[in-house]
Ligand binder design. Structure first.
Ligand code: AMP
Length: 156
């Protein structure tokens, strides 16, 4: 359990935790790989969410998941890019969170994931929480804890 004073300081920045769905680059599960390849190259993010047509969260896709399908023995076979769709290659069992302010769970999951999709109980994609925003709060905490909770001389 994280102690409440620490949670309180981390949550001071909570307005910035959730990057809303409309600001998150994504691809649709039935897009062909050509399209996903172009989007990932343009946005320059390592991984982006994959959504169904009704905005339900499906998984994540990265460039390596796409280029893997192009690898022949000695060369690249580009024909797969038009034949396969995002749903054929994306990662589907990825950790997600329902509550973007559940600091305990988020800190735990961000150790191994640069960002976490926020998905409602019904499966709707509502946005992402990034390691970057949480690190900003951690940085604030590290620099300001003793101003909010003054330490004894011996604790400094
Ligand atoms: P950051 O912590 O801001 O560097 O983001 C970490 C990762 O989150 C990026 O590498 C992307 O995979 C993902 N990400 C962050 N912002 C966006 C966005 N606006 N659209 C899609 N993916 C994003």
């Amino acid at each position: 359990m994280i102690s409440q004073p620490i949670v309180d300081i981390l949550l001071q920045n909570k307005a910035h935790f959730l990057i809303p769905a409309e600001k998150v680059a994504n691809v649709q599960v039935d897009n062909n790989l050509n399209h996903a390849f172009l989007v990932l190259t343009k946005v320059r993010y390592a991984k982006i969410p994959v959504l169904a047509n009704d905005s339900k969260f499906i998984g994540l896709i990265s460039l390596p998941m796409i280029t893997e399908t192009m690898l022949g023995r000695d060369d690249f076979d580009l024909s797969q890019l038009n034949q396969l769709c995002v749903g054929d290659v994306c990662e589907k069992n990825v950790p997600t969170v329902e509550n973007p302010y559940d600091i305990e769970l988020i800190l735990h999951l961000l150790v191994d994931n640069p960002f976490l999709p926020v998905v409602s109980h019904e499966g709707d994609f509502t946005g992402i929480v990034t390691r970057r925003e949480i690190m900003k709060s951690m940085n604030y905490l590290a620099h300001n804890f003793d101003q909010v909770y003054p330490l004894n001389e011996s604790e400094k």
